[in-house]
Design a protein around this ligand. Sequence first.
Ligand SMILES: [Zn+2]
Length: 357
Amino acid sequence: MRNTYNKCQQASVESRGEGLDFAERYSRQVLFAPIGEAGQRKLAEARVAIVGCGATGSALASLLARAGVGYLRLIDRDYVEASNLQRQVLFDEVDAAESLPKAIAAARKIAAFNSGIAVEPHAADLTPDNVEDLLSDVAIVLDGTDNFETRYLINDFAVSRNLPWIYAAGVGSYAVTMNILPGETACLACIFPDSPRGIVETCDTAGILNSAVNLVASIAATEALKLAVGARDQLRRTLLSYDVWTNDFATVQANKPREGCRACGQRKFIHLAGEGRPHVSLCGRNSVQIHERERPIDFDEVSRRLSPHGAVRHNDFILRFWRDPYEITLFPDGRAIIKGTTETAIARSLYARYIGS
Ligand SMILES: [Zn+2]
């Protein structure tokens, strides 16, 4: 089932140590003293998973693949669309025309510029059922997702396994990132005990500047390199945010766990158990229902936010949003019916993009 995009894996393994191509390819990075030859060899042995391969994820994958991280697992549930090309650096017009799964398209692009590393693409939604298979045999997990549901799942898994991971997010001109080193720093649930409720802007409603996501990906990729070469004393231990438009910059101390944290303190991994996950069911022909819980929705606000992106209409009881070929019907408690697909991953993705999770 696993498809490894590496035409010359055997040759590359041999050349990772002292081969001419290896030395030449990474020469400028080896010159950087904190990495050096020893660091470069560690990068070749490093195993990293990137969850989500949109703007942040494809920038992360591009940077780490070019830097010589020896093994990358790319996990993404979406397909390439024309609206992705403004910021998702691994995709082109042909990928969009063919609606290629992002993980597959990304792996193909990487194979064209670095065939000496192994890239394993998974066109899949990360869920409590497959998280063990997809994340248990890597040393670092990077966040390229667009939603809190998946981030909490990563956080629960990572904290439970003592696995470092790096949170990264961007919306509008704003970007935010944090290193999570279980047992040392705060975890995602220490900082955000619950996912934001009410007004939740997403890249599909508030837009996104490509520079904001590339900035946050550059910072997160560098932290991943430090982890991979063992430079732990250089890792940032704050939640960092930066707005590339206003130049507002902020850091919040995150150098120790919050007392009583549900995840890293009490070790209640509700997202790993699937409890924090809205139940999804097929409903009728060509529809998927998402049973989001305890999430009051302000129809006026949602309507205003969605109106630039498709037809939207609401009364006191339902809000309906049309974006070809889908129709989303939203209820005041956050429940939604997504018409136009029977694939739960696509329905979750649309919900995350337009309603927010
Ligand atoms: Zn915590």
